[in-house]
Design a protein around this ligand. Structure first.
Ligand code: EPU
Length: 420
């Protein structure tokens, strides 16, 4: 049995949606918690399948894990054992690679299968490995199985050729217990990196400069348990803002940090979206004609690659030509073929696409080939005539907390069905 999401389009969204904790912060914070020598409580944890996969991996390692109430997780690594991570859950998500940095940092040894995650074209981890080696680790990769170990981890200067989010966080985790100072140059500046550094510092680490392109980590000998609240998910927030721009009468997206969404908010404004930005919420009123726009995805604070696919759906509703240039994941355009099948006028080139609008969309059977493609198709389903059926919804469930429940409350006609 497989599950599909069905959406009957054309029902305007109204009301308020509250954004959950950040997926991409959570999937790093959970592995980071094992660096402590006592219980870590994290609140604001989104109810997504990536969290379930990470909890499975923690239990494999003998870590005590308890979900408390609606969104708290307690992680107690006191009885943990550093066994090889080869459980199938490793391949379910990309972020299982954070166990490399965390286990290497704590035990100076890690054996782990190659991580999984959405296929967005090649996703190498050479910079993570370069960082571990610079700290003194020996890395062997045998058929997608990594064996990493070090006698000692010693702080070093590491220049990242690309400001990779994953490499920055993984090196930070590997370096917290290293001897002396580690300096990451050309570090990624995403808000999720600040969140992970904040957790580690609450545990007793000495990390300075997170959020800038130079991060300094002075090794410590002891990290203890603490309490941490996750930042709101800027990508979930951006997805709902795009849904509001596409399909709302009047809708408020709350529990957000508008500063984390500046590149999207500026683009929505340029497209003619009517909105009010407040301290922790944005209200959007629909009904205004939209203009085409051009975006180029870039590391933060540039336009987020994770919002490129949902925005492309909105572009089909804007007058004139829109252009997307993707500089992070050149193959992140599978959504365009699904949209074209629904009636969009889209041309996909090498690392770019051109959208000509405005075109009506018609509901049909489509496939969520990856997480944000799924989100883009939900946006399409909300505005299409007739019913849209989205297959492979497990991609959506990996990263959006109760997406259909939240949309139902906003007035969307969305439901799930089991199919053969
Ligand atoms: N890269 C390398 N070598 C490396 C690491 C990265 O060449 O060792 C390249 C990548 O191929 C890519 C670029 O550097 O072209 C940036 O990749 P980055 O490492 O920053 O991405 P990531 O850490 O694997 C995270 C998010 C992605 C998000 C990107 C970019 C997590 C678990 N994933 O991935 O989120 O798109 O940063 O912001 O945090 C999503 O949420 O849908 C998603 C894919």
């Amino acid at each position: 049995m497989k599950e599909v999401i069905k959406i009957e389009g054309g029902h305007p969204l109204k009301g308020e949606v509250t954004i959950s904790g950040s997926k991409n912060a959570t999937v790093a914070l959970i592995p980071a918690a094992i660096l402590a020598n006592g219980p870590v409580t994290i609140c604001g944890v989104p109810d997504i399948s990536d969290v379930q996969s990470l909890s499975t991996l923690l239990k494999e390692l003998g870590v005590f894990v308890m979900i408390k109430g609606k969104d708290h997780i307690v992680i107690d690594p006191t009885e943990m054992k550093n066994i090889p991570l080869e459980h199938p859950a490793v391949s379910k998500l990309r972020a299982s690679y954070y166990f490399m940095g965390a286990l290497l940092g704590k035990y100076k040894k890690v054996d782990i299968k190659m991580p999984g995650g959405c296929y967005l074209g090649p996703r190498p981890i050479d910079l993570h490995i370069k960082g571990f080696k610079a700290l003194g680790a020996e890395v062997n990769d045998e058929d997608g199985y990594y064996h990493i170990k070090a006698d000692r981890l010693v702080g070093n200067k590491i220049f990242l050729d690309i400001s990779s989010v994953g490499a920055t966080i993984n090196i930070m985790m590997a370096a917290v217990y290293a001897e002396g100072r580690t300096v990451i140059e050309n570090a990624a500046k995403e808000p999720e990196i600040i969140d992970v550094a904040t957790l580690l510092n609450k545990m007793g680490a000495k990390i300075r400069g997170a959020g800038t392109n130079i991060i300094k980590i002075d090794g410590v000998q002891e990290l203890s348990g603490c309490f941490h609240e996750i930042i709101p998910d800027r990508i979930e927030a951006g997805t709902f803002l795009i849904m509001a721009a596409a399909a709302a009468q009047e809708m408020t997206v709350s529990n957000i940090i508008p500063q984390h969404l500046e590149s999207l908010l500026a683009k929505l404004e340029e497209m003619g979206v009517d909105m009010d930005v407040d301290v922790d919420r944005v209200t959007i009123r629909g009904g205004k004609p939209l203009k085409g726009a051009a975006i180029k995805t870039l590391p933060y604070p540039g336009f987020a690659t994770d919002l490129q696919q949902p925005l492309t759906t909105l572009m089909t509703q804007a007058e004139g030509e829109s252009k997307v240039i993707e500089t992070i994941y050149p193959e992140r355009f599978k959504n365009c073929f699904e949209l074209a099948g629904m009636g969009a006028d889209i041309e996909v080139g090498t690392s770019n696409c051109t959208v000509r609008g405005k075109t009506p969309l018609t509901g049909k059977r489509v496939t969520a080939t990856d997480l944000r493609c799924g989100a883009a198709l939900v946006v399409a389903g909300l505005i299409a005539s007739g019913t849209t059926e989205i297959q492979e919804v497990y991609h959506i469930d990996r990263g959006y907390c109760d997406l259909d429940g939240k949309l139902k409350k906003l007035g969307a006609k969305i439901w799930r069905e089991q199919t053969e």
